[in-house]
Design a binder for this molecule. Structure first.
Ligand code: PGA
Length: 255
């Protein structure tokens, strides 16, 4: 059985004060979750958000990381620095990193490996563009991203990795994949993970992301291979994100 995982990706939103106000409003609304709940603030709000979450079951995550342990990398943040702040997860390979900041699968693979080495669980994002989907290339694109981005995940640790399938055309557009469309890609992705990691693929959690809202989260997460969500816009509001986290289908868990 896979324990669902719901993650808030705040992107470049919220000051430290806004992050604390979110946590104060969010924690009392979260039921005793049978799911992992994760919040990824911007780097600048990690420490204060971590302090505000202390003693709760909600985990702290970073939105990015650098693959090296230390050195002359102006503007970058090392895995050990995230450990120091109590991060348990970090998002890598988000499509905004790939398209706006030129991150390749090889860069994402190095980051994921560095996170594993530091004891942080990577949330590895993959997803096709609208053009690629319309050209019928979704399996090819997602398959290649999975192969490339997970190339350095040690086989014996594969079950720990979290994958987020985020079709680019659904991110921030209000245009969600239908549950059937998402399930189709999730099932494909799990098959690909099975080729690489064998039976561990059945333990790997695959989140869906792209315009997840309280009113579509339940039907998405009811799909057999959708094990949670990576939520952008709707995660900025404590009420909306708590409604996503509290869904019965999430609490029922996955087979
Ligand atoms: P969205 O973003 O929920 O605003 O579409 C999701 C994401 O990019 O992780």
């Amino acid at each position: 059985m896979r324990r669902p995982i719901l993650a808030a990706n705040w992107k470049m939103h919220k000051t430290t004060g806004e992050a604390e106000a979110f946590v104060a409003a969010f924690l009392p609304r979260v039921k005793d979750a049978a799911a992992d709940v994760v919040i990824a603030p911007p780097f600048t709000a990690l420490e204060r958000t971590g302090r505000a979450l202390a003693g709760s079951d909600v985990a702290l995550a970073a939105q990015n990381v650098h693959a090296e342990e230390k050195g002359a990398f102006t503007g970058e943040v090392a895995p050990g620095m995230l450990v120091d702040l109590g991060c348990r997860f970090a998002i890598v390979g988000h499509s905004e990193r790939r398209t706006l900041f030129g991150e390749s699968d090889a860069v994402v693979a190095a980051k994921a490996a560095a996170l594993f080495a530091a004891g942080i669980t990577p949330i590895v994002c993959v997803g096709e563009s609208l053009e690629e989907r319309e050209a019928g290339r979704t399996p090819e694109v997602v398959g290649a991203q999975l192969d490339g981005s997970l190339a350095k995940v040690p086989r014996e640790r594969a079950a720990e990795v979290v994958v987020a399938y985020e079709p680019i055309w659904a991110i921030g557009t209000g245009r969600t994949a239908t549950p059937e469309m998402a399930q189709e890609v999730h099932a494909f992705a799990r098959g690909r993970l099975r080729e690489r990691f064998g039976a561990a693929a059945d333990a790997i959690r695959i989140q869906y992301g792209g315009s997840v809202k309280p009113d579509n989260a339940g039907e998405l997460m009811a799909q057999p291979d959708i094990d949670g969500a990576l939520v952008g816009g709707a995660s900025l509001d404590p009420e909306a994100f708590s409604r996503i986290v509290n869904f019965e289908s999430v609490h029922a868990g996955k087979r």
